[in-house]
Design a protein around this ligand. Structure first.
Ligand code: DUC
Ligand code: ZN
Ligand code: ZN
Length: 493
């Protein structure tokens, strides 16, 4: 079965041009003017619309067991909601319990994800350390197409990675040609502040942001970046939410360090006033970490995207319904952390990014798809409209209008953090693996159709680092030069 997208304007991270796009056998077969439709092809009329790479959400948590419950959105419903919003691939997280065998956790997530209706891949979290973890990292990179390892610097007593774990895991990652990612919040400080605020009698959701102020994120971001610098490993900070963390990223990038930053659609558009809503259901529905921030951070995060210091946008899609959030009715520390967004990321970023003039259409494609594909080494198979790429495409109607609501969304959660937001621009057709899976406001998906996507290690990057380390070794005595020294240390010295 083939699909011919006719009469649209192709928009990639680099180019904007009029062309038809032919998809067959799951791939983009041809791009050109006035392409003929093969016999039996389905035709998508893209007149007046944009033909872009499907969105990649590099940060989701489908059916995550977390804080005594399990996220309500599973891999089937979550990937379907993504397709309805133009997102055609997710990068979810394998999160082993402390002491749990890493391969066992990985197999568990693979099994859970088999019902996905769109393509998916995983970051694997390193939550504890011993020789078997080191071995398993190697197996994952070598045999299972994993090239990114996640570290939670918060959630003390659960999945938190302390400095010893960070150093061990980062060192192993560079040896394997993998990238490290971090949830940057100082878990010791969060723990201390949570107790203090609760003991002061602040028990409701308003205590959540007070216990996780921006300084706590800034400290952890800077620490992780500096550890990565010393070890010479590329690092990616998930959900950068505040000035302090952004400044650390920007500073390190200006020094030539390979540091990447992600920002969530929610952090760009929602501020911390939501936690002071008198309705527990509303305030607790916004409890996620890091929390929504004072408004002044939003403009800085937009500028981070515009300047290229932040490269990707994500959602941290992790859904809990009101009955689950109610676990923290008397104690904000027990409210399961997480909010939804996979269905709305592409449209809210278009509306507030492109229509506002903050982002060009090409920049929009970069930050919603292409950059994630490049950083996590799956480009140009994903994140591009090019011959030979996977036929994961969104046909974007810039004139479509909609009011976002939990009443009409496809996400399996009873609240939408963008409730009532009016947006212009949306996915009229989504194509996944060369099949039309969303059109005319209807999903046409098949349980289990999603493929697990292997992502190779960054061998060339690792080789280059080794070469630089060798070249820079004589300079290691030059105390005025921090970068070459750091690279030399990156060799494992
Ligand atoms: N933050 C959340 O809000 N939910 C899941 C995990 C995380 O880090
Ligand atoms: Zn996180
Ligand atoms: Zn997360």
């Amino acid at each position: 079965m083939s699909v011919l997208i006719k009469g649209g304007t192709v928009v990639t991270a680099d180019l904007t041009y009029r062309a038809d796009v032919l998809c067959a056998d799951g791939k983009i077969q041809d791009i050109g003017s006035d392409l003929d439709a093969p016999k039996g092809a389905q035709i998508v009329d893209a007149g007046g619309q944009y033909v872009m790479p499907g969105g990649i959400d590099p940060h989701t948590h489908m059916q995550l067991p977390f804080m005594g419950t399990v996220a309500s959105e599973d891999f089937e419903t979550g990937t379907a909601a993504g397709l309805a919003g133009g997102t055609t691939m997710i990068i979810d997280f394998v999160i082993p319990n402390p002491q749990q065998n890493i391969m066992e956790a990985y197999q568990q997530w693979r099994e859970w994800a088999e019902k996905s209706v769109a393509d998916y891949t995983f970051h694997v979290a390193i939550t504890w350390w011993d020789d078997t973890v080191s071995q398993d990292m190697e197996t994952l990179v070598r045999d299972h197409g994993i090239n990114s390892f996640k570290h939670f610097m918060a959630y003390k007593g659960a999945i938190m990675a302390d400095d010893e774990i960070l150093v061990n895991s980062f060192s192993k990652a560079i040896e394997l040609g993998a990238i490290v990612t971090v949830h940057a919040e100082n878990g010791e400080l969060v723990y201390r502040l949570q107790q203090k605020i609760f003991d002061m009698g602040i028990t409701g959701p308003e205590g959540h942001p007070l216990s996780r102020p921006p300084e706590v994120e800034g400290e952890a971001a800077n620490r992780a970046i500096r550890i990565a610098e010393v070890l010479g490993v590329p690092i990616y900070l998930v959900h950068t939410s505040c000035r302090q963390a952004l400044e650390s990223i920007t500073r390190a990038r200006n020094e030539g360090q390979r540091v990447y930053g992600e920002v969530l659609a929610g952090h760009l558009l929602i501020d911390d006033s939501v936690y002071r809503d008198p309705d527990f259901n509303v305030a607790s529905a916004h409890v996620m970490s890091p929390p929504f921030r004072p408004k002044e951070n939003q403009e800085l995060l937009w500028r981070g995207l515009q300047s290229g210091n932040l490269q990707t946008t994500a959602t941290d899609h992790c859904c809990f319904c009101a009955d689950q959030k109610a676990a923290g009715l008397d104690d904000f520390r027990l409210i399961p952390n997480g909010t939804a967004g996979i269905e709305n990321r592409m449209e809210v970023l278009w509306h507030h990014g492109v229509r506002s003039g903050r982002l060009t259409m090409n920049e929009y494609v970069a930050v919603t798809s292409t950059n994630a594909a490049k950083i996590f080494n799956v480009y140009p198979r994903k994140g591009s409209v090019s011959v030979g790429a996977d036929a994961d495409i969104v046909v974007w109607d810039p004139a479509a209008t909609k009011t976002i609501s939990a009443r009409t969304h496809h996400q399996n959660v009873d609240y939408n953090i963008f409730e009532g937001m009016e947006v212009t621009g949306g996915a009229s057709t989504t194509i996944s693996q060369g099949k039309i899976v969303w059109s005319d406001g209807k999903l046409n998906v098949e349980r289990g159709a999603g493929n697990y996507i292997m992502r190779p290690a960054f061998a060339s990057y690792y080789d280059a680092m080794q070469k630089r380390a060798e070249q820079s070794r004589p300079q290691a005595v030059d105390r005025g030069s921090s970068r070459p020294q750091a690279v030399a240390h990156g060799k494992g010295g």
